[in-house]
Write a protein that binds this ligand. Sequence first.
Ligand SMILES: Nc1nc2c(c(=O)[nH]1)N[C@H]1C(S)=C(S)[C@@H](COP(=O)(O)OP(=O)(O)OC[C@H]3O[C@@H](n4cnc5c(=O)[nH]c(N)nc54)[C@H](O)[C@@H]3O)O[C@H]1N2
Ligand SMILES: Nc1nc2c(c(=O)[nH]1)N[C@H]1C(S)=C(S)[C@@H](COP(=O)(O)OP(=O)(O)OC[C@H]3O[C@@H](n4cnc5c(=O)[nH]c(N)nc54)[C@H](O)[C@@H]3O)O[C@H]1N2
Ligand code: SF4
Ligand SMILES: [Mo]
Length: 681
Amino acid sequence: MQPYTQQLDGIFPSVCSLDCPDQCGLLLHKKDGKIVKVQGDPNHPVTKGNICNKVRNMTARLYDPKRLQQPLKRIGPKGSGQFAPISWDEAIDTITSKWKTLIDQHGPECILPYSFYGNMGNLSAEGMDRRFFHRLGASKLERSICNAAGSVGYQYTMGGSFGIDPEETIDTKLFIMWGINAVSTNMHQVTIAQQARKNGAKVVVIDVHKNQTGKWADWFIPILPGTDSALALGIMHILYAENLVDQPFLDTYTVGSDELREHVRQYDPATVSTITGIPLEDLYTLARMYGQTKPSFVRIGNGLQHHDNGGMAVRTIACLPALTGQWLVKGGGAMKGNSGYLAFNSHALQRPDLLRNKATRTINMNQIGQALLEKEHPIRSLFVYSSNPALVAPNANKVKEGLLQEGLFTVVHDLFLTETAQYADLVLPATSSYETEDFYASYWHNYVQIQKPVMEKYGESKSNVELFKLLAAKMGFEEPAFQESEEDMIRQALDFPDNPYLKNITYESLSEHQYVKADMRPLFPGELPTPSGKIELYSERMIQHGYEPLPTYKPIINDSDLPFLFIPAPNHNFLNSTFSNNEKHISMEKEPKLHMNKEDSLKLGINDGDMVRIWNERGECVLKAVPGDNVLEGVLVSQGLWQSTPGKKQHINALTPDRLSDMGNGAVFFSGRVDVEKYCE
Ligand SMILES: Nc1nc2c(c(=O)[nH]1)N[C@H]1C(S)=C(S)[C@@H](COP(=O)(O)OP(=O)(O)OC[C@H]3O[C@@H](n4cnc5c(=O)[nH]c(N)nc54)[C@H](O)[C@@H]3O)O[C@H]1N2
Ligand SMILES: Nc1nc2c(c(=O)[nH]1)N[C@H]1C(S)=C(S)[C@@H](COP(=O)(O)OP(=O)(O)OC[C@H]3O[C@@H](n4cnc5c(=O)[nH]c(N)nc54)[C@H](O)[C@@H]3O)O[C@H]1N2
Ligand code: SF4
Ligand SMILES: [Mo]
């Protein structure tokens, strides 16, 4: 068969490459060689032809006139956004000769890659790039901006990223959507819950903001930010006190139930109600509902773990299903993320052995601003791809200051001249995921999918794999690892007998079927990858790592005396900063807003639609106020990562703290304090 790229017309299978749990199956419609329509694949077993508006409008991004077609070099002052086109030869020559000099003078650790999952394809996100930077001996990046705290927390309880199969939640009777804005961020979980609802299921949403998901719920429970572990401990208190626990399950499958029973006595409902802001009656109703409904499913979101205490919050909530024995019932249990089932051979893909045991330093991506400003052993070159740190990283003014340093040689590989690329010395055009071969493993629905290139490479753009091969060749790296094809790499990654769930997933089965499911089996009866093989309500390992062995509530850090907690969450029509530079998507989202409680707005003389200034010691923003009942007093919520626009102060991360969470060195975007006032020009 002709490769898809050479067929000018037709409908071709694809997969959504965005960092979204749903990882939809897609169909790309081509006419005269151009993709004219992006549609959901109706045959995909989970996503079933439904896709979000963002991706339905993807062609506007693919062929956006602003999309990069050629390499660019800076011709004005740093950050001025003035660039001139150059050839790929000149670009690769410039980078490699600069790096050779830097390595001779300062060693390879003065070079830092910065990347994340702008394209979830595993070859793009953690393939040839990792091989290259390992071989180079560059500083390593700790990629903990997203789910690090929660993953580590969940792991202490459950041993790894293993939750229930979302397809089974069709049988669930009680959904607790906890710190997840699923209508915007996991829409197919909402679709499944809707179907379960027809069979009598109830949906409870626990969030600091009554957003679209809260409005969709049968019962919305507003909670004060960063107090979720206290709520979970209060529920446990009531479950034990009212004998709503499943003792046979606890005896067989858990460690530490007796210790936990004693420990949660201190989290009496009155205390928990004060901490969380949840009325006493509601606390009892929720705990009893949870204790009496089977199967129930707790979908643990990413929002609640972007706090100082986020790891412990997830660790604590993950204990709940064990107390009532949910795990033995189809549709019962919890999920934070399911990446454990589809774990592949990342050693073969990333080749850390190419580092040859050199101990290189590691830099946390959440503290990139600070790292760039470090005077001792400074970072002298930053290579950014598949991420947009100037917009997405916390404490943005510091990031900007770092990027503006004259001595820093910055290269950005992206589809657009992003906020970060504005500060670059060289900008390289990247292909979209539809232009290159890759494989995708969902962290929610347990299917692996393959992408074969569908459209010709746009302009002179190159994929991540191609780019790092070119760089390797020019650096003189001769290892076979830098010669391998996409197909070779996919085969190596899937060759992983350590993970029995991957059994049926091969290059052949993917090429034939487009999506193949993990060989799923129930977690229980069975052994978990915890030290005891059981659910660890009490964890010895946590003591070794310096934590309390039992789930515990610790308040978030008060980082100033300012009166409001600020929650700058994602929005519906962007994906992190992706789409924030496409007119179509901006028009769907309109403008950045600030949600506040109407009592607070009354006290401050702020009316609906007023422009308000929010600020703290890190920075300031000016947004449009939306007073109402959607947040509790003392809480402010914005949505979306809006790009800097002349005359507007809407760079949300100018306000966010860059300290690290209790576990996994994660980001704490939602634990910062601010003040707010009516804005006068
Ligand atoms: N449309 C859209 N979809 C996306 C993304 C996007 O930007 N836009 N981003 C993608 C990515 S990378 C990720 S990680 C996921 C994130 O998606 P989610 O898992 O939904 O996480 P967030 O949207 O960050 O936050 C979820 C909710 O947590 C709430 N929250 C904040 N603090 C607290 C708290 O202390 N307690 C509780 N209970 N709730 C709290 C916020 O108000 C928000 O409604 O979505 C992915 N999908
Ligand atoms: N205030 C606040 N800040 C946040 C969050 C929040 O909730 N609130 N969420 C955080 C979270 S959970 C996350 S995951 C991060 C995400 O932060 P990032 O990983 O930086 O995600 P994006 O903003 O989507 O940027 C991805 C970039 O990759 C580019 N790209 C796409 N495909 C490719 C490719 O194949 N090759 C190359 N070279 N580039 C490509 C896109 O054009 C885009 O510019 O943001 C974090 N920042
Ligand atoms: S962003 Fe999420 S919901 Fe939208 S098409 Fe991609 S995977 Fe599906
Ligand atoms: Mo994320």
